[in-house]
Design a protein around this ligand. Structure first.
Ligand code: PEP
Length: 257
């Protein structure tokens, strides 16, 4: 049984005041919606680095079962890499996880499968969990290249890790055409790709059965339950809707059986 994970990706959206309001809103909504977190999914918020400590402190004070994660990391531990942040720094700040290879990083920052794999290996050498994003573009899908593209991205990653790492690895299937567009893969379309990723993971080793595969791409309170009910969809990576505490909570509650 895989423990489902609902992770918010705030991207470059946050401020001290907005974060405080988010936590208040989430606490209030969980009272109004009567949500019992016990036995529910693991909940994570991947927030911009300047707010890690503030968010950890706000979460601690409100006793919410939420962990804080990052959105990217450098592949080195320390050194002359101006503007970068390392895994040991994240570990010292008690972060639990980091998103790697998000399509925005691939597109705007030129991240390659090779670089992303180096980051994954570095993260796996710590106690943090890597959430590795893969996904095809609209032209890939229209050109019937979805499985070829996904296979390339997943195999590049799997070639660099050990079969024993599969248990800790999290993969996020995020079709690029669905990110921030309001277009969502249907539950069947998503499941088809998740099942394919599962096969690739199992070809690496039997622990691939334990790898969590999240869906990301315009997940919202209306489509979450149907997506999360699919066999190989073990949770969600949520951008826009994670900025609205009431919506994020509704997605969390969709993952509660
Ligand atoms: C994301 O950026 O990881 C994402 C899934 O965004 P959205 O939910 O806004 O499509």
């Amino acid at each position: 049984m895989r423990h489902s994970l609902i992770a918010g990706n705030w991207k470059m959206n946050a401020s001290l005041a907005a974060n405080e309001a988010w936590i208040k809103g989430f606490v209030q909504a969980s009272k109004t919606q009567g949500i019992e977190f016990e036995g529910g999914p693991q909940i994570m918020l991947c927030v911009p680095a300047p707010y890690w400590l503030q968010m950890s402190e706000l979460i601690r004070k409100s006793s919410l079962p939420i962990v804080v994660g990052a959105q990217n990391v450098n592949e080195h531990d320390k050194g002359a890499f101006t503007g970068e942040v390392s895994v040991p720094m994240m570990a010292e700040m008690n972060l639990r996880s980091v998103i790697l290879g998000h399509s925005e990083r691939r597109q705007w920052f030129g991240e390659t499968d090779e670089l992303i794999s180096q980051k994954v290996v570095k993260v796996l050498s710590s106690n943090l969990t890597p959430i590795v994003c893969v996904g095809e573009s609209l032209s890939d899908r229209e050109g019937l290249k979805t499985f070829e593209v996904i296979k390339h991205q997943v195999d590049a990653l799997l070639s660099k890790i050990e079969p024993s790492d599969l248990e800790r690895l999290v993969v996020a299937y995020e079709p690029i055409w669905a990110i921030g567009t309001g277009l969502t893969a249907t539950p069947e379309q998503a499941q088809e790709v998740h099942a394919f990723i599962r096969q690739e993971l199992l070809a690496k080793g039997p622990l691939g059965y334990k790898t969590r595969i999240l869906y990301g791409g315009s997940m919202n309170p209306s489509n979450a339950r149907a997506l999360l009910s699919m066999t190989d969809i073990d949770g969600g990576l949520i951008g826009g809707a994670s900025l609205v505490p009431e919506d994020f909570l509704k997605i969390v509650s969709s993952a509660i059986a």
